[in-house]
Design a protein around this ligand. Structure first.
Ligand code: ZN
Ligand code: ZN
Length: 364
């Protein structure tokens, strides 16, 4: 099932940064050598839910799309913007993309789309949550009554404590006994979250809760245990320049060696909106200029470690969490993509950018 020499299949259920609900950040991550159908048939615990702003309803829509040979999920943004394009428009590297990732699963005509979607949902080894903002957990909450087995939820202590204290507390939502909550310790050894995927956790800054208190989100470095390929995934994050911290710098120092050894397959990171006028608040998020600034920092670290030209050439950077816009310019993804491409060229970084779209699997 693997496409090219991919290590992971990252399936996007949602990647919007809101404020439109329904397709906010939710991803499935598994090794690419095993298909969803094989995982279901053989009860293989290999699928991770990575944030959960959407869930079973999107999986059901994707299965229904396969049966009807339509692509309503991947063309979702065309319902919002008259100038939205096909998913391949938003990628420098179309080899990564596979539409209809549940095609094989959808051939089972005995079960309804929703029954099959529930089957996939209950095949998740675990949920791993970057931070407890609603656009990253809504699917986990609403879908939880259809879980048929113990489901572990992982996150940093801040994430888990906030989920337990403020959502699954018996008042906002039932404190369900079949959800087990587990802490991930940042900056410690790799932890095998499934048989085939290990994770290392980092803290990142995502705005402030008061003038003196930073709000923390997480980044995860996933390693596939067989081929050792790695994927760096960021939850919502701001640049070190905005937060006046070194959280991102620490991550770049960690992954530079994996870039030089070609083990880092991709970086998945947010770019919530186009550049704003100086002084306008970013609310703990990134713009194209912020993101390119961070990637220039990563390039410099790589250059300091090893004298090689263009160390980031060919690196896939997948963009998530673009916020919907309500102005005359229409699809904000187009503007974000255009800005990133132009800055990429200006600084001769040679990165391959892709703006993620829902309903698509990216083989990385
Ligand atoms: Zn968010
Ligand atoms: Zn957030």
């Amino acid at each position: 099932m693997a496409v090219n020499d991919s290590t992971f299949e990252l399936t996007v259920l949602g990647c919007s940064g809101g404020p439109v609900a329904g397709k906010t950040c939710a991803f499935l991550l598994k090794p690419s050598y095993i298909s969803f159908q094989e995982a279901l048939e053989n009860d293989v615990d290999c699928i991770l839910a990575l944030d959960a702003g959407a869930g079973v309803e999107t999986i059901a829509e994707m299965i229904s799309d396969c049966r009807k040979n339509t692509s309503s999920v991947s063309s979702y943004f065309s319902q919002l913007y008259s100038n939205a394009e096909d998913p391949c428009f938003y990628s420098d590297n179309n080899d990564l993309m596979k539409t209809q990732p549940f095609e094989e699963v959808s051939r089972n005509l005995v079960d309804s789309s929703l029954q099959l979607a529930k089957g996939i949902l209950n095949r998740m080894s675990a949920y791993i949550i970057t931070h407890p903002h609603l656009d990253h957990v809504l699917g986990l909450v609403i879908n939880s009554p259809c879980f048929t087995r113990q489901t572990p939820i992982y996150g940093t202590q801040q994430t888990i404590d906030n989920l337990k204290d403020h959502i699954f507390n018996g008042k906002v939502w039932p404190a369900l006994s079949y959800l087990t909550f587990n802490y991930l310790q940042p900056y410690t050894e790799n932890f095998n979250i499934t048989e085939s995927i290990a994770v290392e956790t980092f803290q990142v800054s995502h705005g402030v809760t008061s003038p003196t208190e930073l709000y923390k989100s997480s980044a995860f470095l996933f390693t596939e245990t067989t081929d050792k390929g790695k994927l760096l995934f960021f939850g919502d994050v701001e640049s070190d320049l905005s937060s006046n911290t070194k959280y991102n710098q620490h991550i770049w120092l960690t992954v530079a060696d994996h870039i030089l050894s070609k083990k880092l397959k991709a970086i998945v990171i947010e770019c919530s909106s186009v550049d704003k006028k100086p002084g306008q608040p970013l609310f703990g998020h990134m713009t194209p200029t912020n993101l390119i600034g961070e990637l220039l920092n990563l390039q410099n670290i790589c250059l300091e470690k090893k004298a090689t030209r263009h160390p980031l050439a060919g690196l896939n950077v997948l963009i998530i969490h673009v916020k919907e816009a309500f102005d005359y310019r229409g699809d904000p993804r187009k503007q974000v993509y255009e800005s990133l491409r132009s800055l990429n060229q200006q600084h001769d970084l040679r990165i391959k950018f892709t703006i993620c779209m829902p309903g698509i699997s990216y083989f990385i």
